[in-house]
Design a protein around this ligand. Sequence first.
Ligand SMILES: Nc1ncnc2c1ncn2[C@@H]1O[C@H](COP(=O)(O)OP(=O)(O)OP(=O)(O)O)[C@@H](O)[C@H]1O
Ligand SMILES: [Mg+2]
Length: 242
Amino acid sequence: MGRKKPLKEDFQLKERMKIESEVFDKNTLLSLFKLMKKGIIGSVENPISTGKEANVFRGKTPDGAFVAIKIYKIETTHFFRRKTYLQGDPRFEKIKNNEKEIVKAFARKEFKNLEICERSGVNSPKAFYVLDNIIVMEFMGEEGLPYPTMELVGPLNGKADLDSILDDMRRMYKEGLVHADLSEYNILAAEKPIIIDLSEGVVLGHPHSEIFLERDVTNILKYFAKKGIKKDMKKVLEQIRK
Ligand SMILES: Nc1ncnc2c1ncn2[C@@H]1O[C@H](COP(=O)(O)OP(=O)(O)OP(=O)(O)O)[C@@H](O)[C@H]1O
Ligand SMILES: [Mg+2]
């Protein structure tokens, strides 16, 4: 008998394995198993988003409720370059200077920042658990479909959305936090806009926190101005810092 021709299914499986091993390095797979053993997650499902720094998956708890699982990529130099976001933050000054530790610190940072948001009443996902480079958080969507970013669908409620975002910025600032990467790309469009992606958020002790705040406000006001909704930068900053 001659050599068997590879079946189409074999090929598909190989391709899938390739994709999965690209997405989950060995350590990430181990961490995912630990999360399952701890009963934090029951399954990892389809990717919601694949990006430079992180992939976000929909997953389920053992009870079958949806969760969002954000997995920071270890194999990236991106975080290494952005170390300044950690360096000025008194919470993360003692991080070792290797890439893996820096990526894990970014995951812990986002987790802590999400907790601050929850405490201050910001409309953002609830943080459930952080392990290594993985954050498990509340899934923001409807019937298993994630809400789109504001960049994709625009604000749903015009000025009310701008007011809600500025109010959330004020709440964060009051708790000593600046998002530092706020734009229509990191806001989900829902009945009330949802603030996400807090990995770069810095505490007010950070030497650039005020500059980051001004940059965030500029991004938001520019975006809404393009939609015909205008506010005065100086007044907005005063309101936030009040
Ligand atoms: N809690 C969540 N619920 C539903 N969808 C989410 C949630 N968190 C993130 N997402 C989806 O994943 C996308 C990427 O998330 P996020 O902005 O936090 O990652 P990122 O750091 O920007 O990743 P990258 O820069 O590598 O793209 C979001 O635009 C959104 O579509
Ligand atoms: Mg983002």
